[in-house]
Design a protein around this ligand. Sequence first.
Ligand code: NAD
Ligand code: TDX
Length: 340
Amino acid sequence: MAQKKILVTGGAGFIGGNFVQFMVNKYPDYAVYNLDLLTYAGDLTKHRELEEENNYFFVKADIADREAIMTLFETEKFDYVVHFAAESHVDRSITDPEVFVRTNVMGTQVLLDASRKSGVTKFVHVSTDEVYGELDFDPNTFFTEETPLQPNSPYSASKASSDLLVRAYHETYGLPINITRCSNNYGPYHFPEKLIPLTISRVLNDEKVPVYGDGKNIRDWLHVLDHCAAIDLVLHEGVNGEVYNVGGHNERTNLEVVKTIINTLGKPEDLIEFVTDRLGHDKRYAIDPTKLENLGWKPTYTFETGIAQTIQWYLDNKWWWEQIISGEYQNYFIKQYNIK
Ligand code: NAD
Ligand code: TDX
């Protein structure tokens, strides 16, 4: 009999997928359930090796489908829920915000109801630093857990709304929760609509890389496996009701990131194409992770070691990303960027 039953939502996506593999391997005595709708961002080929593991289970379901979720929770009686499932891409939220509200807000509320009614003992809600809005370019300013929520995009507004619901279920019903707010992740299985995998995949194909505006916006990059370790720690050691920021002090301008990839791959910098800026483009994100460090977390990757490992992974795993960029993704790319 499994020691704990853990439900991971969004476990066919980028971070959830890495987290499922991390947990199945680290805790062979846990039963790990991956619940995912398999939208454009979800795929199970990344888990082909897990099919052999007898502590891994997959459930195809929509988190906003109340009946299906309620029935599943009543039947399975999960101990823990780690909630990643979401619409996650800012650009898509600008062109089509509605599904972001349905999945990120309403879907989270369904999971909270199901968790409360079935007696889940810890609900970890995976959120984002984007709920805090943006920082200016003063390098001494950081987001802390006390920074007011000031989301700017439909995506971050939907994530902030879900954070507030999670908080309210703790305050009102006493549901045991933690909220984590992480900076930009990168690493294996990152969907190639996001800056780093988009750049690697296009540079490898000698295609132009679209850089928004002047490329001076700053993101604070964190390797996905350091994020997985942080969530594992919060799940088991996080103080009930608390929020934890996750970040590794790796601020880079977008142009620095793109140039690092181009130079590592030995390609010319004229692959960079400056394009129209993103609407409402947040200037800078930067995390103060002191609270999580005090709980015992420390990142293992620097940006230099992490980006080198990630580039190598994309070189070694073309089978994964080539199947993605050859499909519906082509239509998305042309519509979004108007470049070939
Ligand atoms: P992703 O887009 O790669 O994966 C999302 C997964 O959720 C996909 O597998 C998709 O099929 C699934 N999903 C979408 N709608 C669903 C629904 N209605 N029901 C069930 N499953 C559904 O996202 P990601 O980058 O792995 O992000 C995971 C979580 O982490 C999100 O909540 C995101 O807000 C948060 N986050 C991401 C980053 C980042 O840099 N990527 C940083 C901080 C926080
Ligand atoms: O083609 C591009 N060109 C470009 O200049 C893309 C896709 C992005 N950018 C810029 C916009 C951002 O400043 O690069 C930066 C990173 O963009 P994304 O990869 O789209 O990430 P971001 O918008 O920062 O959001 C990410 O981190 C926080 C995730 O997608 C979110 O899910 C997470 O919450």
